[in-house]
Ligand binder design. Structure first.
Ligand code: NAD
Ligand code: LMR
Length: 338
């Protein structure tokens, strides 16, 4: 019998030949934190994505088990597992897209910022690996607090001389997914027909849904606006409390992460008109990072859209969001510079 490694390599070769003959493109994707609550369903969903040819699953625990399990799915992507720091470089070498859900989640009563002390160091180490082994990869950063971990990653990449702001994307897609769901409930629509831009950041008041820009065009009463804004801003806490100590959102997050990763891969493939919200380096406000709609292309976030017209409620929300975001961004930057 051929060895597992031989089978993997011949499968990769077959796919490469298929691409050379004009077949579907395949991208190499790594998930860091792949054995976790988000990592496992995310790995399963990425294995089902036809744009993925190679899937690397890295974690400091349980990566071999998750890899063996997922590798039996009869979909195209070749799956390889990597366990612990000594295997980080092999996990990252040659990757087109790196998705990072590594780190600790919240328990009831905690803020996302309470995770900073542990997750900041984890993100720093993983980003040092990316700078060394796949400096041109698109990075989708999920680990909280996103408002600080994205600035941390940017500083690590700057230090290494590999920083490309277009390729570093904080994942705020779950806020959009929640906003679409809750708005659809109020409007009595199918959530798949609803598009709510959510801007700012990914924590409390920094999560700013622009309900005046919902598609299809609609209007809300002041009570509906208040209810929807609160529910979207506190969606994460709603799940943390319901899980009662067993962690935070994992399944809806894996769904949202795959929706965003798929958009990144379609952008990399050269598809036109791929637009999603993400937390990126930005000049839309005076802050160095801000989440808005961006157009995703071959080099990442190729165009960053302005906020568009805001109503009075949203203008007040924007000021509150910027105030909190400024502190979180500064905290992330000084973690690396200090
Ligand atoms: P989890 O504890 O279930 O899984 C985290 C995984 O990370 C574990 O398997 C752990 O072994 C791994 N890990 C820890 N240190 C590591 C390291 N140095 N290298 C690689 N892997 C490492 O947690 P979870 O529920 O999957 O959540 C993960 C993170 O995602 C948390 O910080 C959480 O707050 C965040 N999150 C973000 C969003 C968002 O919208 N951006 C949504 C949900 C959760
Ligand atoms: C979420 O929005 O679900 C995540 O940021 C996890 C959390 O801690 O709320």
């Amino acid at each position: 019998y051929p060895s597992v490694r031989q089978m993997e390599e011949s499968s990769v070769l077959r796919r490469a030949n298929c691409r050379a003959k004009g077949g579907a493109p395949g991208f190499k994707v790594a998930i860091l934190g792949a054995a976790g609550g988000i990592g496992q369903p995310l790995a399963m969903l990425m294995k089902m994505n036809p744009l993925v040819s190679v899937l690397h699953l890295y974690d400091v625990v349980n990566a071999p088990g998750v890899t063996a399990d997922i590798s039996h799915m009869d979909t195209g992507a070749v799956v390889r597992g990597f366990l612990g720091q000594p295997q980080l470089e092999s996990a990252l070498t040659g990757m087109d897209l790196v998705i990072i859900p590594a780190g600790v989640p919240r328990k009831p009563g905690m803020t996302r910022d309470d995770l900073f002390n542990i997750n900041a160091g984890i993100v720093r180490t993983l980003c040092e690996g990316i700078a060394k082994c796949c400096p041109n990869a698109i990075v989708n950063l999920i680990s909280n607090p996103v408002n600080s971990t994205v600035p941390i990653a940017a500083e690590v990449f700057k230090k290494a001389g590999t920083y490309d702001p277009k390729r570093l994307l904080g994942v705020t897609m779950l806020d959009v997914v929640r906003a679409n769901t809750f708005v659809a409930e109020v409007l009595g629509l199918d959530p798949r027909e609803v598009d709510v831009p959510v801007v700012g950041g990914h924590s409390g008041v920094t999560i700013l849904p622009l309900l005046s820009q919902v598609k299809p065009p609609c209007s809300f009463t002041p009570e509906e606006t208040q209810y929807l804004t609160n529910r979207i801003q506190n969606g994460g806490t709603e799940v943390v409390e319901a899980k009662a100590g067993a962690g935070s959102a994992t399944l809806s997050m894996a769904y949202a992460a795959v929706k965003f990763a798929d958009a990144c891969l379609r952008g990399l493939r050269g598809d036109a008109g791929v637009v999603e919200c993400t937390f990126v380096a930005s000049q839309v406000t005076e802050l160095p990072f801000f989440a808005t709609k961006v157009r995703l292309g071959r080099s990442g976030a190729e165009e960053i859209y302005q906020l568009g017209p805001l109503n009075e409620y949203e203008r007040v929300g924007l000021e509150k969001a910027k105030k909190e975001l400024a502190g979180s961004i500064a905290k992330g930057i000084s973690f690396i510079r200090k």
